[in-house]
Design a protein around this ligand. Sequence first.
Ligand code: ATP
Length: 235
Amino acid sequence: MLKLRNIQAFYGNIQALKDISMDVKEGEIITLIGANGAGKSTTLMTICGVVPARSGEIIFEGEAINNMPTNQIVALGINQVPEGRHIFPYLTVMENLDMGTFLRKDKDGIKQDLDYVFTLFPRLSERRSQAGGTLSGGEQQMLAISRAIMTRPRLLLLDEPSLGLAPIITRQIFDIIKKINKENNTTIFLVEQNANLALHVADRGYVMENGAITMTDTGKNLLANENVKKAYLGI
Ligand code: ATP
């Protein structure tokens, strides 16, 4: 579904991505794990066209998307839930969800997706008239995921969904991520610092260090890998 080939990306003179290549197959959950500053968020930003790839190629469903403007990439079916959620704090829950539909005209589909997110997150349904900024951290993460679902993405990019959340809320969010993948047939690209959780839900994983991919395997094998255990699982 998505291929990254030899991607290099820079912030000024700093090289954030060093020749990275990855594959995401339709229907799977893949995760990218790594330490702070490894380049995980930059990878997602490069896929979305926010950070330009200086060289290499990004192919989504057979079409080259590097150098494409972000709005066109979103229209093709890729959506990102950014680190820190970035919901609109002064808009209500309902208005935040509406923002996810601005490229859509299929009223019936929008209604169907709204019902779906309110089934996934009944709390949002109860708080639909409340300003986004007054929600708890977990509810804001639910809203950010729901707003992305409202774009009806085929590929959903999630950046650190567990950040700042209590373990019980994190588990709920991860159960929902699995549900969205299975029920809604949405392919998931998950960036996480909580490697243990991420590798448990992911079909396959990539390990990133200093802007380069250093390892890839199934989630199960990475969980059992001695280097991964030492570096990322604290075992
Ligand atoms: P984290 O988990 O802390 O978000 P990450 O793995 O997502 O880390 P990135 O945020 O992609 O890492 O950062 C990769 C490198 O690029 C780091 O060295 C970081 O300091 C640098 N970097 C990221 N954003 C910028 C920016 N806007 N300007 C300059 N350098 C940046």
